[in-house]
Write a protein that binds this ligand. Structure first.
Ligand SMILES: Nc1nc2c(c(=O)[nH]1)N[C@H]1C(S)=C(S)[C@@H](COP(=O)(O)O)O[C@H]1N2
Ligand SMILES: [Mo]
Length: 386
């Protein structure tokens, strides 16, 4: 049965101008702008980024633990932070060539025409923009931080931390949006592309090269290859690097009449001679700087737990440590109970058998296991039981 013909409504004709841009996705001819290449590099990049995220989060939590976590931070393994922070910087640096290769593989998509096909497509593109922007900023600010160069007006640590969450969110969205493409290209499709093999080999070589020439700043047996990292962990006074110098901190000449003041239920003061008359201990512990270098040394001095007990405080006590430094973000730091009672944690007076160099915190410094370098306070003047 035929439906009755309705008269056509009279609609004005809209003619879209024919504005196809001169460059579109199809203008890029390389065979490598294809999903399998993107998936293989994406897997490596994803692994590096997840490792970088997890170790970065660890560093953040150890550096300023939220109240609920404060009493659960472990002081062991003694070189835990050295390993996690070393991996953080290694995976971050490895991510740079991987990110470059990944972006090169997919960048023709920037020129897709029409630029937006639907609301969902617009959201997906916005998500990719956030992901790419936050990733690029993360590796850029992170790399510059390893050089101690802060050419921006915002605080590094908080920005680096929050951008990481944006990047993680963007990554999860991206993985779910691309789930079907990823699944379809997870396994090798036959026949393999010769160009792809060459490209992947070149990218792997770049990753291996930047890793081998920078990882030596934290991995002792790669030290001799440490050509591109900002630090050699064995160069500096007493064979250890220095981040904040005594001149910067204004502590080049500590007072002649220096005394350690300890505040607590039974407050007291000790001269250097009195400190040296106490039981002396030796701990072999690394300084592991958040900027990625680390170096181990043999530290000698008195145990913090003995100083705490002498003040009449229980082993569950937390401490506030104050430096002679006039100002600076690490003049005053707090030490959680797990570190304060750990038998390896020292108020160090000597390093590798010599009196501490003023660059390493003379007259006395904190050294504790599994702790970020920024909290290993130098030029200590006061301990306060909290
Ligand atoms: N008082 C004070 N102590 C400090 C710092 C500081 O800025 N002020 N910097 C810390 C940082 S960032 C590191 S990595 C270590 C480095 O110790 P070193 O200079 O003995 O190698 O000291 C820490 N102790
Ligand atoms: Mo540091």
């Amino acid at each position: 049965m035929d439906l009755p013909r309705l008269p056509r409504p009279h609609l004005p004709k809209v003619r879209l101008p024919n504005v196809r841009p001169p460059v579109t996705e199809e203008s890029f001819r390389s065979k490598l702008h294809e999903p399998r290449t993107a998936v293989v590099i994406g897997r490596w990049l994803g692994a590096a980024l997840l490792l970088c995220f997890a170790t970065g989060l660890t560093s953040h939590l150890l550096q300023n633990p939220p109240t609920w976590l404060r009493d659960h931070l472990p002081s062991r393994p003694a070189n835990g932070y050295r390993v996690t922070q070393g991996l953080h910087v290694i995976s971050g640096i490895a991510a740079i060539p991987l990110l470059g290769a990944k972006l090169w593989t997919v960048y023709p998509k920037l020129f897709a025409w029409p630029p937006v096909r639907s609301v969902l497509h617009a959201l997906e593109r916005l998500g990719i923009f956030l992901l790419v922007a936050s990733m690029l900023l993360e590796v850029f600010t992170g790399l510059l931080n390893t050089l101690q160069w802060y050419p921006w007006p915002f605080p590094f640590r908080q920005t680096h931390f929050w951008l990481a969450w944006i990047a993680l969110g963007g990554l999860l969205l991206h993985l779910s949006a691309k789930g079907p493409v990823i699944a379809a290209n997870w396994r090798r499709v036959h026949p393999g592309l010769a160009e792809r093999r060459g490209f992947l080999a070149a990218v792997s070589a770049a990753v291996v090269l930047v890793t081998l020439t920078t990882a030596g700043q934290s991995v002792p047996w790669l030290r001799r290859l440490d050509l591109l990292a900002p630090r050699r962990p064995d160069l500096g006074p007493q064979g250890l690097p220095v981040n904040r110098t005594a001149a910067q901190a204004g502590t080049s000449r500590p007072p002649q009449d220096w005394q350690l003041r300890v505040a607590g239920p039974r407050p007291y003061e000790l001269t250097m001679d009195e400190l040296l008359a106490m039981d002396q201990y030796e701990s072999e512990l690394p300084i592991a700087c958040v900027e990625g270098w680390s170096a181990s040394a043999r530290w000698q001095g008195v145990r913090i737990r003995d100083l705490v007990a002498r003040a009449g405080a229980p082993p569950s006590a937390r401490l506030r440590v104050t430096s002679l430094e006039a100002d600076g973000p690490y003049r005053v730091t707090e030490m959680e109970a797990a570190y304060a009672r750990d038998p390896l944690t020292l108020l160090a007076l000597r390093v590798n058998g010599q009196v501490l160099d003023v660059e390493h915190g003379f007259p006395a410094r904190v050294i504790a296991p599994n702790r970020p370098g920024v909290l290993q306070t130098k030029w200590v003047s006061r301990l306060e039981v909290l």
